[in-house]
Design a protein around this ligand. Structure first.
Ligand code: IVH
Length: 695
């Protein structure tokens, strides 16, 4: 798609435009740079510009387009940003019906299929192409004259919904693709929209933080997203699209000598070279079905290593002329077959419901089920989140239920089977009083969650302590859930402050708790006093204040006490803080007990100061250069802002000028390059964060 020279040139131009004024003459080049940066980021997973650099160039392009509206093009990167809502999703007819796939489950099924393909093609040897079977929502894309003109859902296979506006929010779908290079004027492509496991988890965590019901699985998250009315909401979900099939082509008469696409594999590589995201890195061809069988079995064991969900592999006859010969039914092509991995669903029985009280008093029903093994893990307990879920899924005690667990994702109940009830099943009666403190429960009218409003409810107190010590908060290693509960029961620990007054002398002789454990615990508690302010704020467990908000709050103050008197209006000015969050923060800090606790924690030596702000003055990272690669737990722009706040700067690529490369999950070529250079300090995210914890 781009030669090395192209890439170097675009990057050099990017740097130039970052520092110099731009004019209407630069519009084309700014677009080319942004398209290139999008491709590197969303298709190749290898960003070349820092977020702030990208944003700066984007703004410059936008300003120029505003000054010269006549120069705006429909495929300009600025045109992805949706204005307005989807009014409805008109029905459109696919150029070619979107067929399904036949399924296979074992080697015998594949051997049968191989025999049939050979029979139908009249060939005794066939090459097969094997690729992942993405577990998302299928989509069709139409490009005409090198531009994306339409995107549609599968619908009934013949007709689907026009979701072009939403598809434009998926940044790995190019707005333009040079299909004329392949001698094509119009094409229809098929692919799958999905959300990576990591982004799905982040998205769900946000929902949970906001007391909203998390989405059941990544597949539902993707398919549900395609029909959201607000395209900006679609953009927030960070979806991806993999393309795997060229279903229709119309020739471009102007290109007399287009390259020939003779195989499926070549089609995939050609699509990749036009800028589409494909599975070509995981796709292999084999000259025999036996090798295919080995590969699919081997791949199944690696299934969880992929960043997104797959539910099998798809095997396709590689040569396109043989595909034509073999043909299709009205339901599926005969030249392709899905090999389905072992189901991650199983049936079980709903035995009873436990009601757990969370740190904010939320009552979570937890289904206790007959233990069942799904995807190698035994499940006996499944969170149901709130009463509505029980009603929506029509659950009764004694019901047979279908349980699913995909990858590392939390298990969930897909459905019950009311049709096979015996009559002995019992209705689930949601409690009216708190199972721990007996306080009358309360369910606000427009909320799904039922709550215990007694902030001194023992369950809430314990959960608040657990949250405070947890990994993402104060990270007090060794003081986990079980120990907090045990210390609470023993009367050693009554509240958060109590962590810093634990009666270690009374711990001697406790079962499973020797000298070493005591001294480790002492050290961990002592160390927690150095945790930076965002962690402390997050650890306080203020309702709706998750990690991101905690960081945003910390950034606005020099000392936590600056927050005590902030009004709702002032809080609303802070990034990430809306009405609900602001009210909750004011409520927390107005509470006298909370302020007293914070003062006491400061007396104990905890850090209520915003060290970053303090350090900024002496610019601890003055002159140091950083680059981030791979998937980080924190937002990349936040990590970059941390560096810049301390006087450091962000580079766009690995070079001898780079001092630190911070490596997240799935780091690729940048890490390799940095290792080769040898002069770059390679840091994990945790090590990077530690740099900011020093006095
Ligand atoms: S090929 C005529 N390839 O799985 C082409 N489908 O269960 C037929 N799917 O409807 C589709 N990954 O939505 C193909 N690599 C892949 C796929 C794939 C996922 C979906 C597709 C299909 C469904 C059938």
């Amino acid at each position: 798609m781009y030669t090395n020279e192209d890439e170097a040139h675009l990057l050099a131009q990017a740097k130039k435009h970052l520092t110099q004024a731009v004019s209407a003459n630069d519009i084309g080049q700014l677009r080319a740079i942004l398209e290139y940066a999008d491709w590197k980021y969303y298709v190749r997973d290898n960003p070349v510009l820092a977020d702030v650099e990208y944003d700066t160039l984007f703004k410059k392009l936008k300003q120029l387009e505003e000054l010269h509206p006549e120069l705006v093009t429909v495929d300009s990167p600025t045109q992805r940003v949706a204005k307005g809502l989807n009014k409805n999703f008109p029905t459109v007819t696919h150029l070619v019906p979107m067929l399904s796939l036949e399924n296979s489950y074992n080697a015998d099924d594949l051997l049968d299929w191989d025999r049939k393909c050979k029979e139908l093609s009249g060939e005794s040897n066939l090459d097969y192409c094997v690729e992942p079977k993405f577990d998302g929502a299928s989509i069709s894309l139409v490009y005409e004259n090198n531009q994306l003109v339409r995107a549609a859902t599968r619908g009934n296979g013949t007709e689907g919904d026009d979701i072009t506006l939403n598809a434009k929010q998926i940044r790995s779908i190019p707005l333009k693709a040079n299909i004329s290079l392949l001698g094509m004027k119009q094409i229809e492509l098929r692919g799958e929209v999905l959300i990576t496991k990591k982004r799905f988890e982040d998205y769900n965590n946000k929902l949970i933080e906001n007391n909203e019901q998390p989405l059941a699985n990544a597949r539902n998250a993707a398919s549900g997203s395609l029909r959201i009315k607000d395209p900006n909401e679609v953009a927030k979900r960070n979806l991806d699209a993999f393309l795997y099939h060229l279903s229709y082509t119309q020739r471009d008469e102007n290109n007399a000598n287009p390259p020939l696409l003779q195989t499926h594999y070549k089609t995939l590589t050609s699509l990749a070279s036009l800028g589409f995201k494909t599975s070509v890195d995981y796709t292999k061809t084999f000259p025999s079905i036996e090798e295919v069988i080995n590969y699919v079995h081997e791949f199944e064991t690696k299934r969880d290593e992929l960043p997104y969900e797959i539910d099998g592999m798809v095997i396709k006859v590689n040569r396109l002329d043989f595909q034509d010969k073999i043909g299709q039914t009205s339901h599926h092509p005969r030249w392709a077959i899905a090999f389905k991995f072992k189901a991650r669903q199983a049936t079980s029985k709903l035995l009873h419901i436990d009601y757990q009280v969370g740190r904010t008093g939320s009552i979570t029903p937890v289904a206790k089920i007959e233990p069942v093994t799904v995807g190698g893990v035994t499940i006996s307990s499944i969170s149901l989140f709130n009463e509505d879920v029980i009603r929506e899924k029509d659950l009764k005690l004694g019901d047979t239920i279908l349980v699913e667990r995909a990858g590392d994702v939390i298990p969930y109940i897909v459905k019950s089977f009311p049709e096979i009830r015996t009559g002995n099943e019992q209705d689930i009666v949601f409690p009216l009083i708190c199972p721990v403190c007996n306080e009358t429960l309360y369910k606000p009218e427009n909320e799904a969650v039922t709550r215990c409003t007694n902030i001194n409810c023992e369950a809430q107190v314990v959960e608040r302590i657990i949250h405070f010590t947890s990994k993402d908060a104060m990270d007090i290693r060794g003081l986990g859930d079980a120990l907090v509960r045990r210390f609470y029961e023993l009367g050693f620990l009554k509240n958060i402050l109590g962590i810093y007054h634990l009666p270690f002398e009374r711990m001697h002789g406790l079962e499973g708790f020797g000298e070493k454990s005591i001294s480790n615990l002492k050290d961990a508690i002592e160390k927690s006093k150095q945790q930076p302010l965002p962690r402390l704020i997050f650890g306080l467990g203020i309702r709706y204040v998750g990690e991101t908000t905690a960081k945003a709050l910390a950034r606005t103050v020099s000392h936590l006490s600056d927050l005590y008197s902030k009004s709702k209006e002032e809080l609303l000015q802070i990034e990430d803080v809306g009405e609900k969050v602001a009210t909750s923060i004011v409520e927390f800090f107005t509470h006298h007990d909370n302020r007293t606790m914070l003062d006491a924690l400061e007396q104990e030596g905890l850090c209520l100061e915003n060290k970053q702000k303090a350090e900024q003055q002496h610019g601890g990272l003055q002159g140091k250069t950083f680059l981030f690669t791979g998937t980080l737990t924190m937002k990349r722009n936040e990590a970059e802002a941390m560096v810049e706040l301390e006087g450091g700067s962000i580079l766009g690529s690995v070079s001898s000028k780079l001092n630190y490369l911070v490596v997240g999950e799935d780091a690729g070529s940048k890490l390799e390059k940095a290792k080769k250079l040898g002069s770059v300090h390679i840091l994990s995210e945790a090590e990077f964060l530690q740099m900011f914890q020093k006095d």
